[in-house]
Design a protein. Structure first.
Length: 188
């Protein structure tokens, strides 16, 4: 693309493949992305990790970029659609070309699951602070401050229940129960 490597920032993390192969990105960069062909275009800023590896694609768009474009993808149709100022547009030719190249791509090395796991153990990538540390005590649910009443919101399915506060005014409790009953699909 002709972008100077001086513009690359630090990469947040190494990339892992399906076979536990690890690629260390050269860096990260935020670029302006223009999707579509004039006059039917949509623009957004996108973060990319730059890697030096043989690859079939020029770039992979992540969920955040697709969401920013409000894009809808169809893997079956090899198509992505997104709204523009003039139209909803999408391109299929490039996706079909990439898919055809992927089918022709010769697999360089295939490892068994056991070999991949052994390779991952031999080259640990997680540091001391990378692993999530959870305090199991904090995951326990707090106990209520007052007595609660178990209310069934669907007479046809009595197992669909919610807890309701007992110290509120009787009229308010009836309003809450009616609201829960009317919107039971949301609460249970």
């Amino acid at each position: 693309m002709g972008i100077n490597t001086d513009r690359l920032g630090p990469a947040p993390t190494p990339l892992k493949g399906f076979t536990a192969n690890i690629i260390q990105p050269m860096g990260a960069i935020t670029l302006s992305l223009l999707a579509g062909k004039a006059p039917r275009t949509s623009a957004t800023m996108a973060d990319f990790l730059v890697v030096k590896a043989p690859f079939l694609y020029n770039a992979i768009l992540g969920r955040l970029t697709l969401n920013n474009l409000t894009a809808v993808t169809s893997t079956y149709h090899l198509k992505m659609k997104f709204p523009t100022d003039l139209w909803v547009c999408g391109g299929q030719v490039l996706a079909q070309d990439c898919y055809a190249r992927e089918l022709r791509y010769e697999v360089q090395e295939v490892k068994t699951i056991r070999e991949a796991r052994e390779a991952a153990r031999a080259h640990p990538t997680l540091g001391k602070w990378d692993e999530e540390v959870r305090d199991e005590q904090s995951l326990r649910q707090a106990k209520p401050n007052e007595p609660l009443e178990l209310v069934s919101v669907d007479p046809q399915r009595p197992e669909r229940t919610v807890w309701v506060e007992t110290k509120m005014a009787p009229k308010l409790r009836q309003v809450v129960k009616r609201l829960l009953f009317e919107h039971q699909d949301v609460f249970t």
